[in-house]
Design a protein around this ligand. Sequence first.
Ligand SMILES: Cc1ncc(C[n+]2csc(CCOP(=O)(O)OP(=O)(O)O)c2C)c(N)n1
Ligand SMILES: [Mg+2]
Length: 326
Amino acid sequence: MAVSGVRRPAAGSEDVAFSLALYRQMLLIRRVEDLVQTLFLRGEVYGTTHLYSGQEAVAVGFASALEDGDKVACTYRGHGHALALGLEPEPLVAELLGRATGVNGGRAGSMNVVDTDHGLLGCYGIVGGSIAAATGAALALKGTGSIAVAYFGDGTANQAYFFECLNFAKVLSLPLVFVCENNGYGEYTPMAASTAGEIVARPTAMAIPATIVDGMDVWATRKTALEVMGPVRAGEGPTFVEARTYRFVGHSRSDPGKYRPEGELEEWQPRDPLVVALERLRDELGVPEAELDEVAAGVERELGEVEQAALQAPFPEPEPFPEFKS
Ligand SMILES: Cc1ncc(C[n+]2csc(CCOP(=O)(O)OP(=O)(O)O)c2C)c(N)n1
Ligand SMILES: [Mg+2]
């Protein structure tokens, strides 16, 4: 049986079994992305893709701190978030293949996945759209004890929505967590060429508490998420986290990422969230190699079934062309 999502673990649970579940979830996301890329190159995926490989510790760490009733909005780089929140891989992959069994009946595709059963308001193709959606959700959730989370990239911190929503959320003291996934690039442009100063200086200027976290370490992201979400749930207003991370793949489609300086990828590879997690599980928590191998084998078995089922699923019936009245 698949471990679906990492939400709602026993409160404060940091035991080995839970740590293994965090690792398994990150591995599942990575291997789903590998599968999506393979299927994309075979022409099976409708539309484009933006893979999450390298950033898994952000989605998994933060999702593990969420509670029922919380709402999440993320970007077009959203497969990892959907899975971390609890969507099964099969309806996700089927969605990307345009199949009727997809989470949105095959009509949303990679960039626009919506899964309200797990609190995912949507993945937004418009840069900054996730911030606006989460701000609206936070307005609706005010006073309920539930919170909204807005995920967005470093490049988005230069977009107008960003400033408007930060200001609005602070002035109205909304229960909102801004999570900037700083992977160093906005499409093909390095952050230094587009962004003035430190990103966290911007919320700080609006008196919004801001924290920087190592976005490659799932225990660090989980700890930070739990810490910052407490006051937000208690009605103290919005907070901001910048998770420093890296995408190991290109921006989208078959972008080979040639614009990266030589050696940069190699510098980040030892910080791969899967490597960081494996080392901790093996060396600090004493998980035997055989158990780690079994987790990996289980993920491979599951993905084999997911691929077969998604490829065999039917396409949706065409919808009648809408009638236009003059
Ligand atoms: C309003 C808007 N402007 C421009 C684009 C084109 N665009 C798509 S992704 C992207 C870069 C965003 O970078 P970042 O926020 O760092 O997110 P990342 O892709 O790195 O996760 C841009 C400019 C868009 N989708 N929407
Ligand atoms: Mg970026």
